[in-house]
Ligand binder design. Structure first.
Ligand code: MG
Length: 297
């Protein structure tokens, strides 16, 4: 009995010690939390004015005066346009597009009149030999969504089987190409920055299947021919990232080394006509700018 009583005493001391340790830890955690939410200058919800400035910005850390970003309702599906998107093609008409000719590396010549591409049920289709399409609107930094389907027809030649592309600012091509059992050099594959960077992976689908591009393009900043900041691009193909904040080397060129040349700050988005009947649908864009900083130079 005496032995049992001794064991009980030891257990009681151990339990008391454990409770004390837990209480001390809780106290310490509460003290840290109070420190984190800080004394003075505001509350954790509304922010602080007694904090340092964020380096390079005019806002205090957790500044209560810093404007909130606008609220945007995302689309119901991953492809639906959000509420602030510029709808470039909704399957009904080509009102946002003009006939054009993309020329490497100088950019795009836009003509007046109506594009000669075919309108189908909810999509547009390239008509070979009728030239490229350019948006009426011009863009600098932009988020772009576009869906496309490669033709199931054989094509005039191997490179015309399913060949197109999206040129940001009429200059920087994100490649569209059917290399399904139709190989091409890596920097010409679907998801490539043509002639510069192969995609991280090949996430292309078969001809006839609808595919999607989601592109974030950070336009270059130029002073004449001098590059102040190169262009950057992030590309998601069919939900898979294929270009991760990739630095562009200059406007797209064929069989030549890319280099930057003078260009406007904003220019049209161009769909390439490479003489194969690629289809497009659901194209929308969002201009990108900070909601509380001056326009990037
Ligand atoms: Mg192309």
């Amino acid at each position: 009995m005496r032995k049992n009583s001794h064991v009980r005493s030891i257990l009681c001391v151990a339990i008391a010690l454990a409770i004390f340790t837990m209480a001390a830890a809780a106290q310490s955690s509460a003290t840290r939390a109070a420190g984190a939410s800080g004394k003075g200058g505001g509350s954790a919800t509304l922010g602080y004015t007694d904090t340092p400035l964020v380096p390079g910005q005019r806002w205090h850390v957790h500044d209560p005066a810093r404007p909130y970003p606008p609220k945007v309702a995302p689309g119901v599906s991953r492809n639906d346009s959000p509420s602030d998107a510029i709808i470039l093609f909704d399957g009904k008409d080509l009102a946002h597009w003009l006939p054009a000719t993309q020329t490497m590396p100088t950019g795009v010549t836009i003509r007046s009149g109506s594009p000669a591409w075919k309108l189908g049920s909810g999509y547009m289709e390239i008509v070979p030999g009728t030239g490229d399409l350019a948006t009426k609107e011009k863009f600098g930094d932009v988020q772009l969504h576009a869906e496309f389907a490669l033709p199931t027809t054989p094509g005039v030649s191997r490179v015309d089987r399913g060949n197109s592309g999206i040129f940001l600012q009429g200059r920087y091509e994100v490649q569209i190409f059917d290399e399904w059992e139709n190989p091409i050099y890596a920097d010409g594959q679907i998801g490539a920055i043509y002639g510069q960077w192969p995609p991280l992976v090949n996430a292309g689908l078969k001809p006839g299947e609808w595919q999607s591009y989601d592109i974030v393009f950070d336009a270059p900043r130029m002073d004449g021919d001098r590059v102040l900041k190169p262009a950057w691009i992030t590309v998601i193909l069919n939900g898979v990232i294929v270009q991760n904040h990739t630095e562009l080397l200059g406007p797209t060129v064929y069989r030549a080394a890319a280099k930057y040349i003078a260009q406007p700050a904003e220019d049209a988005i161009v769909l390439q006509n490479h003489n194969s009947p690629v289809r497009f649908r659901n194209i929308w864009a969002r201009r990108l700018s900070s909601n509380d900083l001056p326009e990037k130079k």
